[in-house]
Design a protein around this ligand. Structure first.
Ligand SMILES: Nc1ncnc2c1ncn2[C@@H]1O[C@H](COP(=O)(O)OP(=O)(O)OP(=O)(O)O)[C@@H](O)[C@H]1O
Length: 615
């Protein structure tokens, strides 16, 4: 398919104009794993979108707008058909370096201000290629173009819906992508905010970008600002052309749009999938537009700038011919603009800042650990030095293990799924790789986890009257810190698999086997042989061994007994009865480290898949 040569791009090109065309795009989804059956969402559609234009995909709900955008943006692979860039078959990998996709439910970092969000975006997307002054200049330009100068120090959580959408667009504008896809950018916005957003997008298009957005039913005012309409009718194209030619197109096919009626509203009405009387009309529309091949309604598209387009004041980049050393363009040439290490460092800083900005999370976490430490310490007060309370002391150790495991597991489980939609957009738009993201998430959770765990450990250790020997204290704290790290990894694993709601439901099932096979309820020797292997992979079992050894191991001498007879006056006897006589710290710590590493590796693979697909 030859790109439309009649369109005129009036502004200087960013690098090279990107004209996108596609032919016979078909997309079928299976209902089950069986090869038969399935649903055809897009049925051999064709079309083209040009640089310098604001193109809008319209259609009834379920017509296939988001699916088409996903495919054009390279987010989903079509089951059939071809996509061309400037007449050549598209190379998805290269294309994605020059495009960005803002999804319908895209979220921004609530705890960061507009300036901070843009600053981190510039750090990640422009990397070391350009100086701090240039980055600041770019941020200034974006803020002015978005019209959010007054709210630059406002946190995203306090922004209006329109400002948040603008911020999401601004974040992607940092590295000046020539192609932008936006799924339903004006949904949920009032008329005037939607109008201003469309003006912004049109202004960006006029600078030479190819802007393709989807909308349900644009109002007549918005339609005036749109250059090209692409109307989907139940997965097929019913019209592709300029807005002004929609009414003549319909009239030529015997469909008269009533006077003062929005032609798009009229088009949507006659293509209603629930109206069985319109079957012939819908077929005719698809036939007349030749499923998007008919370009005769584009013939008179002449793009002119109006004063509104000048609202956008982003300086366009010189073309490579003008400046072959242009730093931003060099950044676009690699898959990620910055190294993995730099991504990790920037993301860790960003996550630490968002955690710090969430006082409820920081305060609750630390104060709950301190309060629980005081409560548990009082409950098991001085049980550590008397052989009479050896069993109580064991219960205390197990309770501490379970408490720290659950708090670490729950906070990771609840917080992580919330971040996935943000990570998905940023990862898709090539801000960073999965490893850097997961690594930084872990690195930013662990410091606070360490402080909380340590405060609980020290309070309980002292209150329960355990031996005041530095090595024992160190091993006790280290074991619990290590267990809480593994619990964070398990929480991240759970959070990477599910939404918050499902992760909370699934959490107890995931933890249950580790609990049952921790050695507290059932001893290794008493368990059926075919279940015994689970003890080896239970991090709680290794945690319990580490704790018991730190308190009762290391040849601890006979304990004082305030009763007539204390069976466990010799700690060795306790270790023997609980099958821990031959256990060692090294094995317990090694096992905890290996289990943590395996769980985090599994999380990495799941997250990689989840960030890649709309899951
Ligand atoms: N993975 C999938 N499995 C089954 N059906 C799907 C899948 N993805 C999309 N669909 C169906 O395909 C149709 C088109 O979906 P799509 O999201 O592209 O529509 P849309 O035009 O963007 O709708 P809306 O405007 O409501 O967002 C819908 O009927 C949807 O239910």
């Amino acid at each position: 398919m030859v790109p439309d040569s009649n369109s005129v791009s009036t502004s200087a090109s960013l690098t090279e104009d990107v004209n996108i065309s596609f032919e016979n795009i078909t997309h079928t989804v299976r209902h089950s794993l069986l090869p038969t059956g399935g649903k055809t969402i897009l049925n051999g559609v064709n079309g083209q979108f040009n640089a310098g234009e604001l193109s809008v995909i319209i259609g009834q709900s379920g017509a296939g707008k988001s699916t088409l955008l996903d495919i054009l943006a390279g987010y989903t692979d079509a089951t059939g058909g071809n996509i061309f860039v400037n007449g050549r078959l598209r190379n998805v990998k290269l294309f994605r370096r020059r495009s960005c996709y803002i999804l319908q439910d895209d979220r921004v970092q609530d705890m960061l201000t507009i300036h901070e969000s843009l600053h981190f975006a510039a750090e990640l997307k422009l990397g070391n290629h350009i100086s701090t002054e240039q980055k600041n200049e770019r941020i200034k330009e974006i803020v002015e173009s978005l019209g959010v100068k007054a709210a630059i120090r406002t946190r995203a959580a306090n922004l209006s819906g329109g400002q948040r959408k603008r911020l999401a667009i601004g974040l992607e504008l940092v590295n000046d992508p020539p192609v932008m896809f936006l799924d339903e950018p004006i949904s949920g916005l009032d008329v005037s905010t939607a109008y201003r957003l469309i003006l912004l997008l049109r202004g960006l298009a006029r600078q030479g970008r190819t802007i393709i957005i989807s909308m349900h039913q644009p109002s007549a005012t918005l339609l005036n600002k749109v250059d090209r309409l692409y109307a989907l009718v139940e997965g097929r194209c019913g019209y592709m052309g300029s807005v002004s030619l929609l009414v003549p197109f319909l009239a030529e096919n015997g469909l008269t749009c009533p006077a003062y009626h929005n032609p798009v509203d009229f088009f949507i009405e006659i293509s209603d999938p629930n109206d069985k009387n319109n079957v012939v009309v819908k077929q005719m529309l698809v036939q007349q537009s030749d499923n998007g091949r008919n370009i005769s309604y584009l013939q008179n598209t002449v793009i002119v700038n109006d004063k509104d387009d000048e609202l956008v004041c982003l300086s366009t980049l010189p073309s490579p011919k003008e400046d072959p050393t242009n730093k931003i363009l060099l950044a676009l040439k690699s898959t990620y603009p910055t190294t993995s290490l730099k991504q990790f460092a920037i993301l860790t800083r960003r996550t630490l800042l968002t955690i710090w900005r969430d006082p409820s999370f920081v305060l609750m976490n630390v104060s709950i650990h301190i309060m629980m430490g005081l409560f548990v310490g009082s409950l098991f007060f001085k049980v550590g030095g008397d052989a009479k309370y050896m069993r109580d002391n064991f219960n205390f150790l197990y309770f501490s293990l379970m408490f720290l495991m659950f708090t670490a597991f729950s906070s990771a489980t609840v917080r992580f799924p919330d971040q996935v939609p943000i990570a998905r957009r940023e990862h898709f738009n090539r801000w960073y790789n999965t490893g850097a993201y997961l690594g930084s998430t872990l690195a930013s959770i662990l410091p606070m986890q360490t402080i909380s765990t340590l405060s609980f450990c020290l309070i309980t250790y002292l209150l329960t009257g355990q031996p005041l020997e530095s090595l024992r204290i160190a091993q006790y704290c280290f074991t619990l810190i290590l267990v809480s790290y593994v619990a964070v990894c398990v929480g991240l694993f759970n959070g990477s698999l599910f939404t918050v709601k499902n992760a909370v439901i699934f959490g107890p099932f995931l933890i249950m086997p580790f609990t049952v096979f921790s050695g507290f309820f059932l001893k290794f020797d008493d368990a059926p042989a075919f279940f015994q292997w689970i003890f080896h992979i239970s991090f709680l079992k290794h945690g319990l061994v580490g704790l018991v050894l730190s308190i009762m191991g290391m040849e601890r001498p006979k304990l004082a007994c305030t009763d007539t007879y204390c069976h466990y006056a010799k700690p060795r006897q306790f270790l023997k009865d609980y099958g821990m006589l031959h256990e060692t710290f090294l094995v317990a710590f090694g096992a905890l480290a290996i289990i943590g590493a395996v769980v985090i590796s599994l999380t990495y693979f799941i997250l990689k898949i989840r960030l890649k697909f709309k899951w």
